[in-house]
Design a protein around this ligand. Structure first.
Ligand code: BGC
Length: 733
């Protein structure tokens, strides 16, 4: 593969040189020529300094990320490679672009990037919530909406998706990924990449994706941010790598390296990960951008004495673009002159950046057409996607004695700090999402119950603090109502980057409010909005029903109200385990087997989680038939299909997600007790039976990886598991 690439590059270089000789127009400006030829031609014209500038990213506009403080760059050179664009106006961007095109010697367009994580202006649910929809097609649509809004506003590169498998809810960034399972992260990551990029990056509604943070950031010790991660090679490959491998195969244009120190070698300076695996084995032809200031932080991590050495280490490890470190612009040219960075490696890095600019069509269309915000943002179709995704993300955790839906209630007390709040529904990294665009839970309930029930409101208390002065009003509202809908949760800044918590319980004041309300004896429905799984062991016994609505974005209020009223049948299922208590963390379904399954339990609490991965209730019931394999023995190279029939036996139309797991009880390595390999969600009408299928390709679905990413498939017995059903498959040689 490497050889072919080298030959192609040489050929392209030769053709480029010819083209320069043969016509007046430089080859790189000729849209009719192949990208590699244009890149070679352009490279051959660039000075060392111009090359170095292509590898730097500064910012433009007001920085809206409080964690990333840096002096704004006053004078943006017209040769700059990339800018993080904090604005929504094509105009400011075009002004800067004009400078690059007209005032730089070669007129190389700037690449504008931004964190479009769960929407640009139309904010849809946080990624962790999206994962609970088990609907990757919808996740893809949401990414399409985000891409369109972003590109029309002057951003052609998003730092998304984040596909860091995360199993510690204390880590605030669990909200940004797709939960605890490698396969789920892979599937959703691919859906996001496809939604952002489509099949033509030059399309004026698409953006380049960036898989982040490569790799293992989710393993941050004790959920603290930016810290060391201890990851064995085995776990690196079977847990943290699969989503990245899938994202690269799906064509993700770029990758962001991670802050964390991976068992002794920081991600930013890790040649094994960034070069050997990503570029050589996986043949990624895009580029790696550092995380914000992560290159210079190699000093704090103790592997570089100064910024120059940090630049050398990061660059030689395989980081092509420096995000706001000001290390490459300051030192890379000198490092090349001193022979510490090779000219060839520099050219290769610049080639990768230019390649993307050509693929995005920036040389042909450097400017973003100016348009009205109303033509870009909050379009009816975009809002519909946001609402649908919020609906499918919400998880009914508990519903004792059919507390929900609230059909007969005439007076509903809506209580809690989250009830009328709109800001915190947006979640972390809400880009240009606005509070005033969001439908609050209360507003959603008002629309839902207009003319049918009276709503009483009391805030009760704040999100934290010790002020109980609102309790009395809240208790009075509860006493006067048929049922209490208590809306609790987290502020948006309690999760996301640099937002770890030592406990995943809600602040005491919120739990106290719930306890006071429970004293009234009125049925209590708990609605939870958070960016992480919560410790619910004290709240759960107080209420009849619980809905985890996550941070659902600007359209959360409507579907929440629909779920409470019974207009919508909830279909979300957890993509991350809810422990009983924070002390159980890390707790996740696909743990490895213990030698003493009958022992090793906690002495003070059960060892099981409160709500398992995949948990989620419905207003109807689904009955599963037995698993039906097309064969029970198979040879290598053969495939087997297993089917299961699911019947909606309850009183309401609904949707069911079937999670297909495998287990390999005896293997040369100890494998997880269960591993998710396939999932599918289907609507099933009342009384209807649907068939779900899993086509098993042993090489892909039954094999395992060693600590260097090599895959093995061993003959023997495997089990296919769906709920409490299982079937044995025997693989012979
Ligand atoms: C975060 C990245 C983000 C970058 C740019 C960093 O602090 O870790 O996820 O893409 O900032 O905003």
């Amino acid at each position: 593969m490497k050889k072919i690439t080298v030959i192609a590059l040489l050929l392209a270089a030769a053709l480029g040189a010819q083209a320069r000789n043969g016509s007046g127009k430089p080859a790189y400006k000729d849209a009719g020529r192949p990208v590699e030829e244009r890149v070679s031609d352009l490279l051959s014209r660039m000075t060392l300094e111009e090359k170095v500038m292509q590898l730097n990213q500064y910012t433009l506009g007001r920085n809206d990320n409080a964690n990333n403080v840096a002096d704004p760059v006053d004078k943006i050179p017209s040769e700059i490679g990339s800018l993080i664009y904090f604005d929504t106006s094509p105009e400011l961007r075009n002004r800067l672009q004009k400078k690059a095109i007209e005032q730089s010697r070669l007129g190389i367009p700037v690449l504008f990037g931004y964190d479009v994580i769960h929407g640009f202006r139309t904010t849809y649910p946080i990624s962790l919530a999206q994962a609970c929809s088990w609907n990757p097609a919808l996740v893809k649509q949401a990414a399409e909406v985000a891409a369109q809004e972003a590109r029309m506003s002057g951003v052609e590169w998003t730092f998304s998706p984040m596909i860091d498998v995360a199993r510690d809810g204390r880590w605030g960034r669990v909200s940004e990924g797709y939960g605890e399972d490698p396969y789920a992260n892979a599937v959703y990551g691919v859906a996001a990449v496809e939604g952002y990029q489509g099949d033509n990056l030059a399309d004026s509604r698409r953006v380049a994706a960036c898989l982040k943070h490569f790799v293992g950031y989710g393993a941050s010790e004790a959920g603290r941010d930016y810290v060391y991660t201890e990851i064995s090679r085995q776990t690196l490959w079977d847990t943290y790598m699969p989503p990245y491998q899938a994202g690269i195969e799906a064509g993700a244009a770029t990758v962001m390296s991670c802050f964390n120190d991976i068992s002794g070698t920081p991600g930013t300076a890790n040649p094994y990960i960034l070069t050997e695996v990503l570029k050589e084995r996986w043949a990624h032809d895009g580029f790696v951008v550092s995380d914000w200031a992560a290159i210079e932080q190699l000093r704090s991590q103790g592997v570089a004495a100064d910024r120059k050495e940090a630049a050398e280490k990061a660059f030689n490890a395989g980081v092509e673009m420096d995000m706001m470190n000001r290390c490459y612009d300051a030192h890379l040219a000198a490092l090349v002159r001193e022979g510490k960075v090779s000219q060839e490696k520099l050219d290769e890095a610049v080639r990768r950046v230019l390649r993307l600019k050509f693929r995005l069509g920036l040389f042909e269309r450097p400017y973003t057409p100016e348009s009205e915000e109303t033509d870009r943002f909050l379009l009816p179709a975009s809002l519909a996607v946001a609402e649908r995704l919020a609906e499918e993300s919400m998880v009914l955790l508990k519903n004792e004695n059919n507390t929900l839906p609230l059909k007969a209630a005439r007076r509903i007390a809506v209580i809690g700090p989250m009830a009328q709040n709109r800001l915190h529904l947006l979640g972390a990294w809400s880009a240009h999402g606005r509070e005033e665009d969001a439908v609050s839970l209360f507003a959603g309930l008002e629309n839902e119950y207009r003319g049918r029930a009276e709503l009483l409101y009391a805030r009760g208390c704040d999100f934290d603090g010790e002020d109980r002065s609102g309790f009395r009003e809240a208790v009075a509202a509860a006493a006067a109502a048929d049922v209490v809908v208590l809306c609790l949760g987290e502020k948006k800044q309690w999760s996301g980057e640099n937002a770890s918590r030592s406990t995943i319980a809600l602040p005491e004041i919120q739990e106290q409010l719930a306890a006071e309300l429970a004293q009234t004896g009125k049925p209590l429905v708990l609605v939870l909005s958070s960016g992480r799984p919560l410790e619910l062991c004290r709240l759960e016994p107080l209420c009849g029903a619980m809905v985890q609505m996550w941070q659902p974005g600007i359209r959360g209020g409507n579907p929440l109200a629909g779920i409470l009223s019974g207009r919508i049948n909830p279909s979300g299922r957890l993509a991350m385990t809810f422990p009983r208590s924070t002390g159980q963390i890390p707790i996740y379904y696909n743990r490895r087997q213990s030698g003493r399954t009958h022992q090793g339990k906690y002495q003070d609490i059960p060892s099981t989680p409160l709500y398992e991965f995949g948990h989620g209730l419905s207003y109807t019931t689904f009955e599963y038939g037995d698993l039906r394999p097309s064969a029970t023995t198979l040879r290598r190279g053969e495939k087997v299909t297993v089917e299961v029939s699911v019947t909606n036996t309850g009183g309401m139309d609904g949707a069911e997600t079937v999670h297909w797991f495998i287990s390999d009880p005896v293997c040369r390595i100890s494998r997880p007790v269960r591993e998710l390999k396939h999932f599918e969600k289907q609507p099933i009408r009342r009384g209807e039976t649907r068939t779900f299928r899993f086509e098993i390709d042993p090489e892909k679905d039954l094999s395992f990886t060693d600590g260097d990413g090599n895959r093995f498939l061993e003959p023997g017995d495997y089990f296919i598991l769906v709920k409490d059903k299982k079937v044995k498959l025997t693989l012979t040689d």
